[in-house]
Design a protein around this ligand. Sequence first.
Ligand code: FPP
Length: 256
Amino acid sequence: MTDKTLPGAARPPLGMDVPAHVAIIMDGNGRWAAARGLPRFEGHRRGVEALRRTVRAAIDLGVSWLTVYSFSSENWARPADEVGGLMSLLRLFIRNDLADLHANNVRVRVIGDRAGLPPDIAPLIVEAEETTRANTGLTLMVAFNYGGRQEIVAVARALAAEAAAGRLDPQAIDERMFAARLWTQDAPDPDLVIRTSGEERLSNFLPWQAAYSEFVFTPILWPDFDGHALKQALDAFARRERRFGGVGALAKKTGS
Ligand code: FPP
């Protein structure tokens, strides 16, 4: 795990600083399967099991929001059978896990472009969101057919249309108005972004929202991810000092 904490940075005791919003790029399913001589789909199927473990652990660790990158706008470039497999896994996840998620007070949301999905999926998503709408525990946001740049362009287009129609003064557009129209709407920005499998990039995942996120990269392949790995990432987060463009507490104290 790469922990880029600077020497001398304030280090609160472990576990004291739980991120409200954790976002995860669940990477490495294909390599996990290949290493075992299994089809890629088996890696994705085991990835769903890792997701179940991670949701359970996030609840236990006191995380309020968990966003997972399940299918990106760019994943359509994969072979048709793999794309179809990922669509089926979303269907199965909602059918098999919705009751359990609901019983655990989890609120489910799905972000991404629904129009581009097979027509039977949108009603399933609506069912998951409606069933769990009033839940007050963890909010699980599943990013599916999600692309961050596409999300930003859609907001820009909508605002431009309103301005062109004379219903919006361009000067009134600010970060708050823009953010409220993103798919993530009222969600707090992710405090922590985790990427598994040793890759260290954002891949069009929440580029607006992750502007000030902390990053933890772990070599663990997603199907092997579990509560212990999540706790390790949260511990690394707790050792970071977030400055949001300002100066750190230490610098303030010493005037350095
Ligand atoms: C990246 O691994 C993972 C994905 C593109 C899909 C992630 C999906 C799941 C974990 C399961 C689906 C969950 C739901 C709720 C539908 P990769 O295939 O790019 O791995 P590789 O880089 O090793 O090839």
